[in-house]
Design a binder for this molecule. Structure first.
Ligand code: ZN
Length: 70
């Protein structure tokens, strides 16, 4: 479980995750019927966007770690 960033992509109370950003489309994630659109991407719903960004930041951390250990 990653920590919640205030007003960040994983802050469910953040305005960027509010209905204001919903596009009226459904999330592009297969099998997900949530409304798509956050401040971070118009294609994913809030939950899928959080998972997606968690993965990206994890990959980034791994990369930095690798780099620093050289
Ligand atoms: Zn979704």
């Amino acid at each position: 479980m990653s920590k919640i960033i205030k007003d960040g992509y994983n802050d469910k109370e953040c305005e960027g995750n509010s209905q204001k950003y919903h596009t009226g489309e459904k999330c592009i994630e297969l099998g997900c019927n949530n409304p798509a659109g956050t401040a971070w991407s118009p294609y994913w719903c809030m939950d899928c966007n959080i998972k997606r960004m968690d993965k990206i930041s994890k990959q980034f951390e791994d990369m930095v770690e690798k780099f620093n250990s050289k």
